[in-house]
Design a binder for this molecule. Structure first.
Ligand code: PMP
Length: 449
């Protein structure tokens, strides 16, 4: 094991960090995290922090879940890896697929296709959507609709669905056939509409218009996050996702719910689709499926698609898609333990309760600090959007955001900066006291600006 100085020096040199400018790494070296217990992590200097980021929206059970660690260790002893490609399978993958279909029965999910993470789950859903329409004899249905500000990972399919230029421009040209509607975002939208129900109607009308323009019979699927996460925790009005479902039904378009963040309780419900009372045709899940203890994801499939594939008599039914780590037995063992713990601890319920307290704390901060333009939250996912001027809503600059993150860190709370948003997505085992700690640290950090 190399010493700390070696690690600190090579951290800025040997690694290219995701979502960072390589040239910026020496000036702003990433913190090196060396330990974690419960809701807290420790950095290389021994400083303990309350992790208000929850790893990366995923460590719902915190850092010391004994059942997940035990499940991983015993699966490593029994069988560290075997393939799930045609011809072989493993016990944990079969069991987890079954448990997921039980857990997500209210959403109508009946099958699981395992992946290695969220981007893979999105890619899988996009591919299966196209394949479904080939099986159904409608090969022209190849296009996808998505929301501006949406985030669907970094593969070319998902990046093409992404609604944020930061994840698109440097990689263009992206895939043809992806079209975007305005986000249902009351704070900023092209209609200047602040009423969420009215905004829903305007966005839905824009979607209808785009479908008419493209031709419904050319569209394979609509993909959306039930609550937009990386785009700044944009919480649509409760009528929005049901209205999207209705449009999709009307035009026979598949609905893909990207639940990579919203799955497993973060919104205060067991899924974002369940929160809004919607049954999608596919669900993309990852992140909290193992609480971050092992890279794993899945694309869940509803009955209509399962029927089409499983009764297929065309030449299009065979799935020519999959990952070496689809159904990784260690990942699936971790997933089984995480799912059992998540249910045993009633994490959705805790996210809902702590989320109410967090929302009250955010309102308090909004009342105290001019630098805040807007606060948004749903369960235990939240954004605080900073502006340099409330009237013009001009976004706060990068320097201000970096200062806030450093100040919160000094106060013992890890937060995440995304553009001009402070993003909070703490472990779902959070206590009321810890909600108070996060708000107090942010209050001090904002006062220091
Ligand atoms: N979809 C959504 C909604 C996400 O938030 C993310 C990651 N934050 C992804 C997909 C991609 O997941 P991953 O980073 O595991 O590939």
């Amino acid at each position: 094991m190399r010493d700390d100085n070696f690690l600190i020096e090579q951290n800025a040199r040997a690694i290219w960090h995701p979502m960072a400018h390589p040239a910026d790494m020496h000036a702003n070296p990433p913190k090196i995290i060396t330990g974690g217990t419960g809701t807290r992590v420790t950095d290389i200097h021994g400083r303990e922090l309350l992790d208000a980021v929850g790893g990366l929206w995923n460590v719902n059970l915190g850092y010391s879940s004994a059942p997940i660690k035990a499940a991983i260790a015993s699966q490593l002893d029994a069988l560290p890896y075997y393939s799930g490609f045609r011809g072989t399978s493993t016990a944990p993958s079969i069991e987890l697929a079954y448990e997921l279909s039980q857990f997500f029965a209210p959403e109508g999910m009946v099958r699981a296709f395992f992946t290695s993470g969220g981007s893979d789950s999105v890619e899988t859903a996009l591919r299966l959507a196209r394949q479904y329409w080939k099986i159904r004899g409608q090969a022209d249905r190849t296009k996808f609709l998505a929301l501006k500000k949406g985030y669907h990972g970094t593969h070319f399919g998902g990046a093409s669905a992404n609604g944020n230029a930061n994840f698109r421009r440097n990689y263009e040209p992206l895939m043809p056939g992806f079209f975007h509607a305005p986000a249902p975002w009351t704070y900023r939208n092209p209609f200047n509409e602040t009423d969420p129900a009215k905004l829903t109607q305007l966005v839905i009308a824009a979607i209808e218009d785009e479908i008419a323009f493209q031709g419904a019979d050319t569209i394979a699927a609509f993909i959306m996050e039930p609550v937009l996460g990386a785009g700044g925790v944009i919480v649509p009005h409760e009528t929005f996702m049901p209205a999207v479902r209705a449009i999709c039904d009307k035009h026979d378009i598949l609905l893909i719910a990207d639940e990579v963040v919203t799955g497993f309780g973060r919104t205060g419900a067991w899924s974002g689709s369940r929160l809004w009372g919607v049954k999608p045709d596919m669900m993309c899940i990852a992140k909290a499926i193992t609480s971050g203890y092992f890279p794993l994801g899945a694309t869940l499939i509803g009955q209509k698609m399962a029927d089409a594939f499983e009764t297929d008599k065309t030449s299009f039914g065979a799935i020519g898609h999959g990952y070496t780590y689809s159904g990784h037995p260690v990942g699936c063992a971790a997933g089984l333990a995480a799912l059992a713990e998540t249910q045993r601890l009633g994490l959705a319920d805790n996210a809902q309760r702590r989320g109410v307290e967090l929302a009250a704390g955010l309102q308090d901060l909004l009342a105290r600090h001019e630098a805040i333009g807007d606060v948004r939250s749903q369960g235990l996912m939240a954004a605080i959007e900073l502006v340099s001027d409330r009237a013009s809503k001009k976004s706060a600059d990068k320097k201000v955001m970096t200062r806030i993150a450093e100040a919160a860190y000094e106060e013992g709370v890890m937060i995440r900066i995304s553009g001009s948003n402070i993003i909070l997505s703490p472990p779902l085992i959070l206590t009321s006291d810890e909600v108070g700690t996060i708000i107090a640290a942010l209050n001090t950090a904002l006062a220091s600006l």
